[in-house]
Design a protein. Structure first.
Length: 462
């Protein structure tokens, strides 16, 4: 049976999967994504990562017949390349640029419609990284062939073809307007157009594995290398490939990310947590994001689940609330960073703490949903759905939607793998989902309304 190799590059860890053509994971390898302090700045060790990738492909290739390779990654990684490889190390996106770069970039970044995201911290935007490289290392920048988002960098290293890709560029790069389907004015103003290669679809085969790499890995010389995709877009594609539409997907992890195929939102208007990505066809995908996983961890502390409907009923009846935000980021409520608190009669009760944290995370997810157009189908996946009560709470809060839970922990890998069969697929891809059980839950809508009333006036206070 032919397999697809998926290289999933996260900020902290990297994973290499062997999957079936339908996206089912056969085997997984993982390693830390190492960061070096410098010089010239804090950066990822691309050479070591490439050695690990090639060794992993060789390892998986001994047990699986790898037919195609596809990379996916977060949206804040990019590499300045020459004819063969990186000209400058890949900037760690949590590294602050020089103060003058940060100040000048904020003035030139453009409108929200062009950016598709808030101005984030550090070096999270590819355009901000490019400005830093252009100013700090002008000779290298002037001699560059391209600036590639991470999935396309690895495709370039594997097959030698440099390409752009819309889901990667529309993910907070500030180089591409997902709303308008075009490069931002910043690209033209900075004369960077030549550094952005022509767009190719995420599912397109750019070429075959370089002969020397095929020999090194023991893989077929006909192994296809796909263009690659942004990680959240890959997960969203999984549901599109299964035939779902009129759809919102809420993925939970360190970040809660909500994406929808629905229109009807003003993509020129900035709002806390709002984003605009793109799907594999280049259509705008309005979204919301907040660091819900970290907020959940801050509240749950050492307490472990599962959450229970009994504890949930006690919390709701007592009107005990968790109010944002515990982290350094305001999240969905401006002015709340590091002001998070637990209020109410059960605030100090450890027996309900885990359930309270899960309820708080569900409140944050539901706030994301309220900031997007309502859709007929709501799918919830990721780490928090391991506790059945999370999906049940969101189902109870959204009675007008068909709510589905996907407990597969490998959504990004599955979606990326499905790209390999995109042009040959003649029907919906298989998908295993279930409807959450809301039996025994208290009425959560009044609790939700009260929680929002508590959050909004407080979040607007200085």
């Amino acid at each position: 049976m032919s397999a697809v190799a998926v290289f999933d590059i996260g900020k902290t860890n990297v994973k290499l999967f062997a999957t079936t053509a339908d996206g089912a994971v056969l085997e997984e390898l993982s390693a830390p994504n190492c960061v070096l302090d410098g010089p010239p700045y804090r950066h990822h060790d691309l050479a070591a990562l490439e050695d690990w990738l090639l060794a992993g492909l060789a390892d998986l290739g001994r047990r699986h017949s790898i037919e195609a390779i596809v990379a996916c990654s977060h949206g804040s990684g990019g590499v300045l390349v020459g004819e063969d490889g990186a000209l400058m190390p890949m900037i760690d996106y949590e590294q602050d640029p020089p103060a003058d770069v940060a100040v000048d970039y904020a003035a030139m970044a453009g409108s929200f419609r062009e950016r598709g995201s808030a101005l984030m911290l550090g070096s999270a935007h590819l355009a901000r990284q490019m400005l830093w490289l252009e100013r700090g290392w002008p000779d290298a920048f002037a001699g560059a062939r391209a600036f590639l988002a991470l999935p396309q960098y690895w495709a370039f290293r594997l097959c030698g073809v440099a390409a752009g890709e819309v889901t990667s560029l529309a993910a907070q790069s500030h180089l591409w307007s997902g709303a308008d389907g075009a490069p931002t004015r910043l690209v033209k103003d900075r004369a960077w157009t030549h550094l952005l290669p022509p767009l190719r679809p995420a599912y397109e085969t750019l070429g075959t594995l370089k002969p020397e790499l095929a020999r090194r890995c023991g893989l077929s010389a006909e192994t296809r290398v796909l263009c690659g995709i942004h990680d959240s877009s890959a997960n969203f594609y999984r549901y599109q490939a299964a035939g779902l539409s009129d759809l919102t997907v809420v993925s939970t992890g360190t970040w809660i990310v909500a994406l929808t195929d629905r229109t009807g939102i003003d993509l020129s208007e900035e709002a806390p947590g709002r984003s605009c990505n793109a799907d594999v066809a280049g259509r705008p995908v309005p979204g919301m994001l907040t660091m819900g996983g970290r907020e959940f961890a801050a509240v749950s502390g050492v307490e472990r689940g599962p959450a229970t409907s009994k504890a949930l009923s006690r919390i709701v009846a007592s009107r005990t609330f968790v109010l944002p935000s515990f982290g350094a980021d305001d999240g969905l409520f401006p002015g709340t960073s590091r002001r998070g608190s637990v209020r109410g009669p059960l605030a100090g009760d450890p027996s309900v703490r885990f359930t309270l944290a899960l309820l708080y995370a569900a409140m944050l997810a539901n706030q994301c949903l309220r900031m997007l157009p309502a859709s007929r189908t709501l799918v919830i996946d990721g780490g928090l759905v391991r506790d059945p009560l999370f999906g049940a709470i969101l189902a109870a809060l959204n009675p007008g939607a068909r709510v589905l839970v996907n407990r597969d922990a490998h959504g990004t890998a599955a979606g990326a793998a499905l790209l390999a069969g995109h042009e040959m697929r003649r029907g919906p891809a298989p998908l295993s989902v279930e409807m959450p059980d809301i039996t025994g839950l208290p009425d959560l809508l009044p609790y939700w309304s009260h929680w929002r009333d508590l959050c909004h006036p407080w979040s607007q206070a200085s």
